[in-house]
Ligand binder design. Structure first.
Ligand SMILES: [Zn+2]
Length: 75
C-alpha cells in the first residue's frame, strides 16, 4: 500500500472517519515499513511490506496512527 493510494483516497473522499462518517481530510507522518525474513538457504525469502500513517479526520477530533489505514477506504 503506497502513499499515492492514501493520498488519492483522501483526495477523492473515499477514506471515511469511523466516528463522524465524513471524509477524512488529511494524514501525516507516512512511513514505509519493510521486513525481510530469510530461511538461511538463500532462496526463499519472505518479504512483508507495509506502511504506517497518522490519519486525521479534520471534521471531528478523531485521529489514528495505524498500519491498517487501508481498512478505512470505502471503494
Ligand atoms: Zn470524524
Amino acid at each position: 500500500m503506497s502513499e499515492s493510494r492514501l493520498k488519492e483516497a483522501i483526495a477523492s473522499k473515499k477514506m471515511i472517519c469511523p466516528e463522524c462518517k465524513k471524509p477524512v481530510e488529511k494524514y501525516e507522518k507516512f512511513v514505509e515499513t519493510v521486513a525481510s525474513v530469510w530461511d538461511g538457504a538463500g532462496d526463499s525469502g519472505v518479504e512483508h511490506e507495509g506502511s504506517k500513517a497518522t490519519i486525521i479526520c479534520g471534521n471531528c477530533d478523531w485521529k489514528e496512527r495505524t498500519e491498517y489505514w487501508d481498512s478505512y477506504i470505502q471503494e
